[in-house]
Structure formats: structure tokens, C-alpha cells
Ligand binder design. Structure first.
Ligand code: ATP
Length: 408
């Protein structure tokens, strides 16, 4: 009985998140006006903004802020021999309901007529990294250990796509292949475990809901000698959020790639630690971490408690009344324009009364709402309202940039 009630509560929460995503322009069902296409979703204005912030934060931490990481943006279509060499053509399968093994790679044709070659949409971004190993080494001459990082789309013909953007057929991955000497693998596995946890906390995932699962021998992917699945308590249950795998030298060996280790003066095949993160799952975990409800003025309000650094919008600017020219003029030229130029993620909102605007911005997860009223015209102060507490402060217009900067 208690379990049933728990399930109902969880389903309700998921329904609320899905409907908020649609209402506020985060995520829409793919091809919706033609009845949809299972396992596909489209991201609207605020969804793209959130996704970009997630990707930028990852890229900054793992590429820009490091000296040992190289970026790549490889083609989605690759020579079919890549997937033969890695064992994906033979092994990248899921069991169907009646137990037949089904390969989840999307097969396609490249070119016309008899010249056409079979190709696959990549089911992981990792191989785009491995096949560019030699190019990267030849261009940049990195010393071990070093990594190659990529963000991009991956495609899997999932037998049963489900749970909103959790299990989809087209998704985005952020992957790193970190090349090391084989003897160092345990050290770097631990190191990446820490780095990944730091990043998930930084973006605002509720760490109380993150659990590590040591994947047993028979359950690991065919290339992995050790894997930890980092799971998250989604509203529909505890499920994989991201993975950390020790892929050994499996991929480089299969592609017949080598490296000259100048320090020991030998040809070797480096081993690999791979943190692999699904952007869409992070976005969903962020929505689930941020979704809150409380009571304001006798009404239930829903809000997304995003960190200001990751929120799709940092602040919304409103004139108290949209038909008073002097308020609109002031709000536009002295508040909105300079903040927009400084922070980019700033929106103008003059729709409906102030209460409605606050509710709307709460649902978008906007940390600050700034209102220009009649007092502003005489004392150059505005109201800044905090999303989480609902409290309002009067702030001098000239101090707004600094005030927001400090909050971020
Ligand atoms: P699952 O067991 O849930 O199918 P997986 O173990 O096959 O996932 P990996 O191959 O390790 O997943 O892929 C790395 C990451 O890519 C996953 O941790 C997840 O974040 C993301 N991912 C994988 N498949 C999907 C999918 N169908 N939809 C959305 N994200 C996905």
C-alpha cells in the first residue's frame, strides 16, 4: 500500500516536470504535430539554454581549464569498418521481448545506387575520439597521460524508449578518453571518479540522490574491465545517470593504433579511462533536483531552484505597468539593455500582472526578478525579488551588475 502511494507520488512529480517543460518551452515531444516519433524530443528556447550551460560548464572544467586535454568534433557518420573493428556490429545488442538479440545501431546508406555503402549513425561519441588518436598525437605531440574530449550526438535504436528524455533514440554525450600507461589505471580511475562527482555537484545535481554501482563481471560492456555506473534517484526510480569505465587498450588495439612513449623510448598502446555522460540525462536529473513546490499567498507555487550559473535565465526585467511609457523607457534603457549586454541570459517580461510574472519566472527557474516602479524614477532604485525566498530588496540601479555578479 505504502509502495503504491510512493509510486503515485513519483509519477505525479514526473508528470509535473514534463508538463512544466512543455508549458515553459524547455522540451517538446519530437515531430509533435505529426503524432510524434517515439524516443525523440525537441528542445525549446529555455531547454537549449540549459543544455548549453551544462555543456559549457563541462567543457570549461575538463578542456579549457586543463593543459592535458584536446577537443575533437568528429563526424557522426563513420566508415562501417570502425564498428566492425570495435565489435559493435557483432555485440551492440539488446534482447527483444522474445529473447532475439537486436542490434541497436541505426543502419543507413551513404551515396547513391550501386556505389552506396552501409554506414551507421554512431551509437557513442567515443569512436570519433579513438579514430582521431593518431591525428591528435601527430598534431599536438602530447605526453601521457592526456585526454581527448568530445560533445556530440549519439543514436541508439532503443527497443523501448521511455521516461521522457531519459531513454531516447537520439541523445547527446560528453565523453573523455583519458590515455594512460596500463600500470596507472587504478590511480586514474579513482582520479576521474572524483572529478566527475565534483562536476555533477558543481552544476547542481542533488548529490544525496547520486549512488555508485560497481558493475559486475557479466554485466559490463564487452570492452570494459571495470565500470562504475553513477545512478540517480529519478522520479521513476534509481537509474544510470552516467558511467565511468576502464576500457583498457581494447579500442586502440582494435584500430591498430600505437603511441611512441618517449619517456621510456618504446612503442606502446595506451590504456584508457572513460567518463561518459549523457547530456539529456544530466538535464533531467537537474530538473528533478531543482523542482520544488511551496505555498505563496495561499497558493501552491512550483519553481526550479537552479544555480544562477546554470539557470537558463539569470534575471528578468519588468516595468511595473507596461502602459506607462516612463517606466518602460527607464526599464528598457537603464536596466534591461546594460544587464543584457553584461550577462546575455536576461529577459524582458511585461506580460500580465507582477504576481503572474513572478510565477512564470519561478517555473523557468529565474533566480532574480527586477521591477522598475514609480519610486525608481525619483531614487534610481529597483526591486530585486529572490526566487527561492520570495523576499524583495531595493537595490541602486548602478549597483545591479555587481549585485548579480556576486550572486553568480
Ligand atoms: P543504459 O544501461 O541506461 O542503457 P548504457 O550503460 O547503455 O545505459 P552507456 O553506453 O554507458 O549507457 O552510455 C554512456 C551514457 O550515455 C549513459 O550513462 C547515459 O548518460 C547516456 N545514454 C546512453 N543511452 C542513452 C539513451 N538511450 N538516452 C539518453 N541517454 C543515454
Amino acid at each position: 500500500m505504502q509502495e503504491k502511494e510512493e509510486n503515485q507520488k513519483e509519477n505525479k512529480e514526473m508528470e509535473k516536470i514534463v508538463s512544466l517543460c512543455k508549458r515553459r518551452g524547455f522540451v517538446f515531444a519530437g515531430s509533435e504535430i505529426y503524432g510524434g516519433l517515439a524516443g525523440t524530443y525537441d528542445y525549446g528556447h529555455f531547454g537549449v539554454a540549459l543544455k548549453n550551460n551544462i555543456k559549457q560548464s563541462w567543457w570549461k572544467k575538463f578542456v579549457d581549464n586543463r593543459r592535458d586535454m584536446y577537443g575533437i568534433d568528429a563526424a557522426i557518420l563513420m566508415n562501417a569498418r570502425v564498428w566492425e573493428a570495435t565489435g559493435h556490429v557483432a555485440n551492440f545488442t539488446d534482447p527483444t521481448e522474445d529473447g532475439k538479440q537486436f542490434n541497436v545501431m541505426f543502419k543507413t546508406q551513404v551515396g547513391a545506387g550501386e556505389e552506396a555503402a552501409t554506414s551507421y549513425l554512431r551509437p557513442e561519441t567515443a569512436q570519433g575520439i579513438f579514430v582521431n588518436f593518431k591525428n591528435t598525437v601527430d598534431s599536438f605531440h602530447p605526453k601521457l597521460p592526456f585526454g581527448i574530449a568530445q560533445i556530440g550526438k549519439a543514436f541508439r535504436n532503443e527497443i523501448a524508449p521511455r521516461d521522457f528524455i531519459f531513454r531516447v533514440r537520439e541523445f547527446e554525450q560528453m565523453e573523455i578518453e583519458y590515455f594512460i600507461r596500463s600500470t596507472d589505471w587504478e590511480k586514474y580511475f579513482e582520479y576521474w571518479r572524483g572529478e566527475i562527482l565534483d562536476w555533477t555537484e558543481e552544476v547542481g545535481i542533488d548529490m544525496g540522490k547520486v549512488h555508485e554501482l560497481e558493475v559486475e563481471d557479466g554485466d559490463r560492456a564487452h570492452y570494459s574491465k571495470r565500470t562504475i555506473d553513477f545512478e540517480f534517484d529519478f522520479p521513476f526510480g534509481k537509474k544510470e545517470l552516467l558511467g565511468l569505465a576502464y576500457r583498457t587498450d581494447f579500442d586502440l588495439k582494435n584500430h591498430k593504433l600505437e603511441y611512441i612513449d618517449e619517456e621510456i623510448g618504446e612503442k606502446t598502446v595506451p590504456h584508457v579511462i572513460e567518463p561518459s555522460i549523457g547530456v539529456d540525462r544530466i538535464l533531467l536529473a537537474l530538473l528533478a533536483s531543482a523542482y520544488c513546490e511551496d505555498e505563496k499567498g495561499g497558493e501552491v507555487r512550483a519553481y526550479l531552484k537552479f544555480k544562477p550559473s546554470i539557470a537558463p535565465v539569470i534575471c528578468a526585467v519588468s516595468p511595473l505597468l507596461k502602459n506607462k511609457n516612463e517606466l518602460v523607457e527607464y526599464a528598457n534603457t537603464k536596466v534591461f539593455a546594460p544587464l543584457k549586454a553584461e550577462f546575455g541570459r536576461v529577459i524582458w517580461d511585461d506580460n500580465g500582472n507582477i504576481g503572474k510574472r513572478y510565477r512564470r519566472q519561478d517555473e523557468i527557474g529565474t533566480p532574480f526578478c527586477i521591477v522598475v516602479d514609480f519610486d525608481t524614477l525619483t531614487d534610481d532604485t529597483v526591486t530585486v525579488r529572490d526566487r527561492d525566498t520570495g523576499e524583495q530588496e531595493r537595490i541602486k540601479v548602478e549597483n545591479l551588475k555587481k549585485y548579480i555578479q556576486e550572486k553568480i
